[in-house]
Design a protein around this ligand. Structure first.
Ligand code: GSH
Length: 308
């Protein structure tokens, strides 16, 4: 089995969600560190220009977005499973709660409370991904108490669940769902000086944090980004091709398509040739002189796919 290569940077909370999943699985992986702010010239040849991170690489197959990475991890052989395949839907539905509710609230708190402290170019770059166009510092600061009330509500629900059904989200077996919760706690407490006191009332959530932290990040070896590009060049994608769903939106295999995350963000379009489409996954073929031909996998949920 090819060892998965993980492209990430240490401070990234979404990368931490996957690193925690590696820990839960006891997985071996290669670690490629990428810059925190674009340009990312040693990453985007693999991703067709998709700028977000983390990204997982297996040979010449590239998995973009944590939803797609989790889906792929569910298929890998490991000491422990990230999730039981029969529980895939619940794991990914919880993943969506994590991304669309928990993470969005957390990132807003972290960015709002670091305005004037974090480098301005960082705030500008990330706000263009996470805030509505036309946002103002004043508006962000005024709405902070209401965002904190919402996060408190989300934590209360999770704490209640862990108290009645824990110690893990799925009872006795740790899984991806636990990383979905804890990467937000990790981010909030690591980046906001009031984070620890904010979570103090949630005892089961704190116990859960300790359990997940103890599992670490699996075992990894550092890998240079140039080496990862070369590995892609030396491999051929093993991804399937064809259509495997009833509704296709008139898309055809072999046609040029564009993919971008939902919402009005500064994310660039990714363009390539449609290779595979099913209910959950889009795969495009993409060629770049630094990596040859790679297949890039995206989830459908959360992304707009259209013909060019
Ligand atoms: N839906 C994506 C979101 C990824 C995301 O927003 N990642 C952040 C880092 S935590 C990012 O890419 N920020 C911009 C950057 O790193 O350039 C996922 O689940 O992977």
């Amino acid at each position: 089995m090819l060892v998965p290569i993980f492209h990430h940077y240490p401070q990234s909370p979404i990368a931490e969600k996957i690193r925690m999943t590696f820990g839960i699985m006891g997985l071996e992986w290669y670690s490629v560190q990428i810059p925190r702010i674009p340009p990312k010239p040693l990453l985007t040849p693999l991703t067709g220009g998709y700028r977000r991170t983390p990204v997982l690489q297996v040979g010449a197959d590239i998995f973009c977005d944590s939803q797609c990475i989790a889906f792929q991890l569910g298929k890998l052989k490991s000491k422990k499973v990230a999730y039981d395949p029969s529980n895939r839907a619940l794991e990914l539905i919880l993943g969506s709660f994590g991304e669309n509710i928990l993470f969005k609230l957390t990132v807003r708190i972290v960015l709002t409370t670091s305005m004037g402290v974090a480098p301005e170019d960082f705030i500008k770059d990330r706000s263009s991904l996470y805030f509505e166009p036309g946002w103002t510092v004043e508006e962000m600061q005024n709405s902070l108490p209401s965002i904190l009330l919402q996060l408190q509500s989300a934590f209360e629900l999770i704490n209640h669940h862990l108290t009645s059904h824990g110690p893990y989200m799925n009872g006795n077996n740790p899984s991806y769902a636990d990383a979905v919760i804890q990467h937000c706690v990790w981010f909030l407490c690591g980046r906001w000086d009031r984070g620890d006191s904010f979570i103090a009332p949630f005892k089961a959530l704190i116990k859960h944090r300790d359990l997940i932290t103890q599992m670490g990040h699996g075992s990894f070896v550092d890998c240079e980004p140039e080496e990862a590009l070369q590995i892609a060049k030396n491999h051929i994608s093993t991804a399937p091709s064809g259509i495997n769903c009833a509704y296709t939106g008139k898309l055809k295999i072999g046609e040029r398509v564009r993919i971008r995350p939902n919402g009005k963000t500064s994310d660039p379009d990714v363009k390539g040739v449609l290779r595979y489409l099913d209910q959950n996954i889009i795969i495009i073929d993409y060629e770049h002189e630094d990596v040859g031909m790679v297949s890039i996998h995206f989830p459908l949920l959360g992304y707009q796919l259209s013909a060019l």
